[in-house]
Design a protein around this ligand. Structure first.
Ligand code: NAD
Length: 488
């Protein structure tokens, strides 16, 4: 192959990937995706898919299931390993596209792109891990065992805020355990989804095993959920849409997994390492412009440390770089689209009307970019909207507390239960937090955001439904258990 070909930039096709072919929407309809840092710049035109496209993808996936599920797991894993190599070789391109289409600062986008490769490699390893348990029949002593089998065609619906990691951590386990996939990526992050599909194609995924559909939520999501050949739906997104998905899918007998929003507390005890607590509060509340399900929304500081924490936190906010997400120094970039910008600015106004005081930020800081200044509230009542509802932007509130009992009770007083964190140097305090805090992911002396690939990730209370994702927990959702009584 001539060097010029090897060096040619990757040309992603702005199309669906259906049964091994890149195709426009059957209706021919498209939509424009704009750069949230420069809304006059059109990132691309992508298919506005609908029911016909979903049907073709599900049919392709259903046809491919017999062959793929009968393929040895180690060969399925080899596809994931090759795709991981492709992703690794393109981390810079994927990160740049992610930043351009949904505004994640480049420094975080690079880490996320690289993480997608790590996720593929971890799940490739599942090919060599146990898929059942061995017992003995009680009456005869004959063989008795369980075996896990794939479900069939699974539908995966993903949000825009982790456009590489979330599709990867659903697709990789689905595939390695022998399912075939129809992945519906968010309208605000089609390019990153295309990168993943292209990597799997280059990694040798057989036709129909992985299908990617781009389009609006209800236009694509609804027919996918309703299709009789789809056995299960894994959804990550907002509580409102997640509950719609569950209510639609469960009466049809489908398995459903939901990973939803959060309202994540950070508790800072008087004995905490102050510098680390301040840094964690900043990163948790404002990195990715607060557009993480695990972002810190409520910061509870023990009364004797409150003034000092507040002073140091304001200094940190002042020193943080807000602006162009393509600048590798930028810590806080824009919100994903105009709609989110409007929602966040309205929530700030509502927070003020409810009696909250803006300590810093509170406004849009660029005429073009959908950029909101890191915003800190104080004097927010525990029953006010800002203390209870997820505002998906760089907005956090600071609260003063006196005792650990009080902090735990107030931290738990929300319907969500995704992540939580405490800063303390006292082991007994940390232990009470671990025992009593109502959340699926707990951090002692680290920020509320962050999810390692090899351990379960997911929320309790209204933040989740069904088995958790990632790590070995993924086996629960993407396989079903069959018990075998085997006599000679
Ligand atoms: P969203 O609920 O609007 O959309 C999520 C996905 O569902 C998108 O692909 C969307 O197109 C699709 N969708 C929309 N309407 C649909 C319908 N009627 N039927 C089927 N699919 C439909 O969420 P979003 O704005 O993309 O993401 C932000 C939300 O996701 C936040 O609430 C955040 O907390 C949550 N989130 C949760 C996790 C987690 O793991 N717990 C991770 C990331 C984001």
């Amino acid at each position: 192959m001539p060097d010029s070909v090897l060096e040619a930039p990757l040309q992603l096709k702005p199309a669906n990937y259906v049964a091994g072919k890149w195709k426009p929407a059957r209706s021919g309809r498209t939509y424009e995706k704009r750069n949230p840092a420069r809304p006059t710049e059109i990132v691309g035109e992508f298919p506005a898919s609908g029911e016909e496209d979903v049907n073709a993808a599900v049919e392709g996936a259903a046809k491919a299931f017999a062959g793929w599920s009968a393929t040895p797991a180690a060969r399925r894993a080899a596809v994931l390993m090759s795709a991981a190599d492709v992703i690794d070789s393109r981390v810079e391109e994927i990160a740049a596209d992610m930043t351009r289409e949904m505004g994640k600062p480049l420094r975080e986008a690079r880490l996320e792109a690289a993480r997608a490769a790590a996720i593929f490699r971890f799940f490739a390893g599942e090919a060599w891990r146990p898929k059942g348990e061995m017992f003995e029949q009680s009456m005869t002593g004959s063989t008795l065992y369980t075996v896990r089998r794939p479900l069939g065609v699974v539908g995966l619906i993903t949000p825009w805020n982790f456009p590489a990691a979330i599709p990867a951590w659903k697709t990789a386990p689905a595939l390695v355990y022998g399912n075939t996939v129809v992945l519906k990526v968010a309208q605000d992050a089609p390019l990153t989804g295309l990168h993943l599909a292209a990597a799997l194609e280059e990694g040798g995924v057989p036709d129909g095993v992985l299908n990617l559909i781009i389009g609006r939520g209800s236009d694509v999501g609804t027919p996918l959920i309703r299709h009789p050949k789809v056995a299960a739906i894994s959804f990550t997104g907002s509580v409102a849409v997640g509950h719609l998905v569950r209510d639609e899918a469960t009466p049809l007998g489908k398995r459903v997994q939901l990973e939803l929003g959060g309202h994540n507390p950070l508790i800072v005890m008087a004995d905490a390492d102050l510098a680390r607590a301040v840094e964690a509060a900043y990163a948790g509340a404002f990195w990715s412009a607060g557009q993480k399900c695990t972002a810190t929304r409520r910061i509870y500081v023990q009364a004797t440390l409150y003034d000092e924490f507040r002073r140091r936190f304001l200094e940190r906010i002042e020193g943080g770089k807000v602006g162009d997400p393509a600048d590798p120094e930028t810590e806080v970039g824009p919100l994903v689209n105009e709609h989110q910008l409007k929602d966040v600015l309205e929530a700030i106004e509502r927070g003020k009307r409810d009696g909250g005081k803006v300590v810093v930020g509170g406004e849009r800081v660029d005429e073009d970019a959908y950029l909101v200044a890191p915003t800190l509230f104080e004097d927010v009542a525990d029953d006010a909207m800002l203390s209870r509802e997820e505002v998906f932007g760089p907005v956090a509130s600071l609260y003063r507390f006196h005792t650990l009992d009080e902090a735990l009770e107030r931290a738990n007083a929300v319907e969500y239960g995704l992540s939580a964190s405490i800063f303390t140097t006292n082991l007994a305090t940390a232990q009470r937090f671990v025992n009593e805090l109502e959340a699926g992911v707990l951090h002692v002396n680290s920020q509320t955001a962050g999810a390692d690939v090899h351990v379960p990730f997911g929320g309790i209370k209204r933040s989740g439904f069904g088995p958790h994702e990632q790590g070995r927990a993924a086996l629960e959702f993407y396989t079903e258990v069959v018990t075998v009584y085997q006599d000679a």
